[in-house]
Design a protein. Structure first.
Length: 256
């Protein structure tokens, strides 16, 4: 038991003497700290307005790509200051550290244009800062360059390398499949995908979410720095006035 309490203390950044049974229980529920990191990421996104609500009229709520009216919207483009980008990178780093062993870490992080570029840069920097791991970074151009180095690929050579795809969100999954095709076309070996936020809602067929469809179709894992359930947890903690609307939306469109 003493060893477990000491381990808990190390995870939550307190001295061994201060570890309590409650902290041990919290560690048992979230041994990697991933869910706590997710809730902190959500709270930060709420604070900067990157998660926005439209509370007044359901018919005026944000419209998703498949035509639903959602009471909330996640906009990663509002992570646009140095601190914002640092916080996002730390959220992605928490996912990598929770799910990938040292042997499974990517050789290259690929972020498709445009929003994926800064995510790939930020995650690579966070990995180096955390444990001196030095992955390559690559991204694509929207249009091929016909002078200089030319081509569509910018950055690290992906040929024969393990490549982690990163992007902000997933809707239909079409752009992610295109990104995987680009990675394979450059000789890379995709090992999975990490996104910022998973809405955890069913697609148009009413059965699987876009994230679940991605894994089913590709055989690759997809991880999220935060999910709808994390958002709901934070809204509960804050006694947020939009909690009821988000819960109703989850009940109508959420995955089982």
């Amino acid at each position: 038991m003493a060893e477990k309490v000491a381990l808990v203390a190390g995870m939550v950044g307190i001295s061994v003497r201060e570890a309590t049974p409650a902290e041990a229980a919290a560690f048992a529920l979230d041994p990697t700290g991933e869910r706590q990191a997710a809730r902190e990421f959500v709270a930060y996104a709420l604070a900067i307005g990157a998660i926005k609500f439209e509370p007044e009229y359901p018919d005026k709520w944000f419209q998703t790509k498949i035509g639903r009216h959602s009471p909330y919207f996640f906009n990663s483009g509002l992570f646009c200051s140095a601190q914002d980008l640092y916080e996002m990178a730390q959220a992605y780093l928490a996912v990598v550290e929770a799910h990938l062993t040292e042997e499974e870490l990517p050789d290259v992080i690929y972020g498709p244009a445009y929003k994926g570029i800064q995510i790939a840069d930020g995650l690579a920097g966070a990995m180096f800062d955390s444990n001196d791991y030095n992955p390559g970074v690559a991204f694509n151009r929207k249009e091929a360059k016909d002078h200089g180095e030319g081509g569509l690929l910018v950055g690290a050579n992906m040929n024969g390398k393990r490549v982690l795809l990163v992007d902000d969100v997933i809707t239909s999954g079409k752009s992610k499949h295109e990104a995987l095709g680009f990675i394979r076309g450059a000789g890379g070996v995709p090992i999975g995908c990490v996104i910022a936020f998973d809405r955890q809602e069913v697609g148009e067929d009413g059965t699987l979410s876009a994230a679940q469809e991605f894994t089913q179709m590709t055989g690759l894992p997809l991880y999220a720095a935060a999910t709808l359930e994390d958002l709901i947890d934070v809204l509960r903690e804050q006694a947020h006035p939009m909690l009821a609307a988000v819960l109703a939306y989850r009940d109508q469109y959420g995955v089982g």
